[in-house]
Design a protein around this ligand. Structure first.
Ligand SMILES: NC(=O)c1ccc[n+]([C@@H]2O[C@H](COP(=O)([O-])OP(=O)(O)OC[C@H]3O[C@@H](n4cnc5c(N)ncnc54)[C@H](O)[C@@H]3O)[C@@H](O)[C@H]2O)c1
Length: 250
């Protein structure tokens, strides 16, 4: 129960890594606002946490829209009175080789991941600076290091690492830490969609990955949630600007 009395906001919290993170933060005692562009899944995830005895609300929000992001943070603070932890899990992919990638797919992925992370961090820090404390955890990816067919996603995910290092420099004096978790292959709707596009079953993709990864399995959303919970807790109070790869490999 490291997060008792804390208030967390998790974007993309309706599914996958975000949903597992919201559950984990709630299990550690935090009240959680679950934001998603799909309000229905956000509400369902929040209802699940309440059923388990936790405190949670669902909020509809497109993280690429400044007005919606500001409303999301305002709703969180009006419901739970403060904001201690921001985790930005909202995301999508639009893969294609660079020479075939449309301008729309470039913009959508950059706007959702990179601009979205910036807007959420900007709105959250306005509350956290006044509190003189806060934890911001942004989500990158091993694709930041380069991945065929993901020029847009890779650029956004490496951009997020630079964003975090810069925010860490600017916000440290307010006891606000900013760190990044960069997952590898995690079993979610996102990786299921990748398998579909590659014309293979999810099981084939899983097995192929497990055969070559040092820890011989794919990651589960809970594997990532554990790393995020560390950065969100006081155990990480002197750790900032770091990127932690959660990939079952060095
Ligand atoms: N699954 C993986 O292998 C993997 C690996 C590395 C990084 N990631 C990253 O982890 C994060 C979570 O991914 P996931 O695998 O859980 O995917 P997911 O598809 O299961 O969940 C993503 C959620 O984000 C929401 N979302 C999409 N666009 C949004 C927007 N504009 N505003 C608000 N919400 C929006 C979706 O509705 C969905 O509920 C993403 O940033 C993703 O890039 C995932």
């Amino acid at each position: 129960m490291r997060l008792q009395e804390k208030v967390a906001l998790v974007t993309g919290g309706g599914r996958g890594i975000g949903a597992a993170t919201a559950r984990r933060l709630a299990q550690e005692g935090a009240a959680v606002a679950i934001a998603d562009i799909d309000q229905e899944v956000a509400d369902a995830a929040a209802a699940g946490i309440r059923q388990d005895g936790g405190r949670a609300i669902g909020v509809g929000c497109d993280v690429s829209r400044k007005d919606q992001v500001e409303a999301m943070v305002a709703r969180t603070v009006s419901e739970f009175s403060r904001l201690d932890i921001l985790v930005t899990c909202a995301g999508l992919i639009r893969d294609n080789l660079a020479h075939k990638m449309s301008e729309e797919d470039w913009d959508l992925v950059i706007d959702t991941h990179l601009k979205g992370s910036f807007l959420c961090a900007q709105a959250a820090q306005a509350v956290m600076v006044k509190q003189r404390s806060g934890r911001i955890v942004l989500i990158s990816s091993t694709s930041a290091l380069g991945n065929r067919g993901q020029a847009n996603y890779s650029a956004a995910k490496m951009g997020i690492q630079g964003l975090a290092r810069t925010l860490a420099l600017e916000l440290g004096r307010y006891e606000i830490t900013v760190n990044v978790v960069a997952p590898g292959f995690i079993a979610t709707r996102m990786t299921e969609a990748t398998a579909e596009r590659m014309g293979i079953t999810f099981e084939q993709m899983r097995d192929g990955f497990a055969a070559t990864n040092p820890i011989a399995r794919v990651g589960e959303p809970e594997d990532v949630a554990g790393a995020i919970a560390f950065f969100a807790s006081d155990d990480a109070s002197y750790v900032t600007g770091q990127t932690l790869y959660v990939r079952g490999a060095p």
